[in-house]
Design a protein. Structure first.
Length: 267
């Protein structure tokens, strides 16, 4: 990976340069500690839902059904850093299947930071699935470092609930019927002490968080690629009645890839 170049220094939501951001427009590679400082969650307390997504110039969130084809090494460094800071990673069942999710792993570089913050060795993975149509024999469910959670609705079938619990999965009811309510999902995770929340999509799940008005921050990598086709955007589903305004918090660039971070403007 070549160096990350700050186009503007990582800033707070108010537009002031972050106190711990690297200074100077040098061409050295930022350390993971510096990235972690720049992407730190707000210290004000309470739950904070951050999304991390990647998109091409023409709005595609995937290529051949996966995000890997439009990503890059620096994007994956930031991906790993965001996971290293999170209490929980939230993903839709289809994304878990298509991206081949495995349990989050502990990383030595984040160990001291996580211990000081009172976090476990790795973030929990929370899978959103109304139907619980999941293969609970996979390592994500059967052999995680931190127990995996499944967010589902109150009408999930008894046999699927039993299969989940037998695999050691913590089932969290976060909606009525077979639907998961986005705001309730955020609240249920926070009630378990999982305040630093990170969602990696997919587009349908992110669209639900946007429509519910519970997304606090979007970390969006813009890839200098054009794919055409009919790939999904980063957020899908019904449109919101009034578009919600976000403010640019930080911007990094490398080889044409833009690593942006936007925070919701609170009234």
């Amino acid at each position: 990976m070549r160096s990350l170049f700050p186009v503007t220094h990582p800033t707070s939501a108010t537009g002031r340069a972050a106190d711990n951001a690297p200074t100077g427009q040098d061409d050295r590679e930022w350390t993971l500690d510096e990235l972690a400082d720049a992407y730190a969650y707000p210290a004000s307390g309470g739950s904070w839902l951050r999304a991390n997504m990647v998109s091409t110039l023409d709005g595609a969130a995937q290529h051949d059904g996966r995000s890997q084809g439009i990503s890059c090494a620096s994007d994956m460094r930031i991906f790993g850093t965001l996971r290293g800071l999170a209490d929980v990673v939230i993903a839709g069942a289809e994304t878990v299947r298509s991206e081949g999710y495995r349990p989050a792993r502990a990383r030595d570089v984040f160990a001291a930071r996580r211990e000081a913050a009172g976090q476990g060795p790795a973030p929990a993975i929370a899978v959103v699935s109304g139907s619980l149509d999941l293969d609970f024999s996979l390592p994500l469910y059967a052999a995680p470092l931190v127990p995996t959670l499944v967010l589902t609705g109150a009408d999930a079938t008894a046999d699927r609930l039993r299969a989940a619990r037998e695999a050691g999965v913590e089932v969290v009811v976060a909606g009525e019927g077979t639907r998961v309510d986005p705001a309730r999902a955020v609240a249920e995770l926070a009630a378990r002490g999982l305040d630093r929340q990170l969602t990696e999509g997919g587009p349908r799940l992110l669209g639900q968080f946007v429509a519910a008005g519970v997304l606090d921050e979007l970390c969006l990598t813009v890839a200098p690629l054009l794919t055409a086709g009919d790939a999904q955007r980063i957020a899908g589903g019904p449109p919101v009645a009034v578009p919600e305004r976000f403010a640019l918090a930080s911007l990094l660039e490398e080889e044409g890839f833009l690593f942006t971070r936007y925070r919701r403007i609170r009234s």
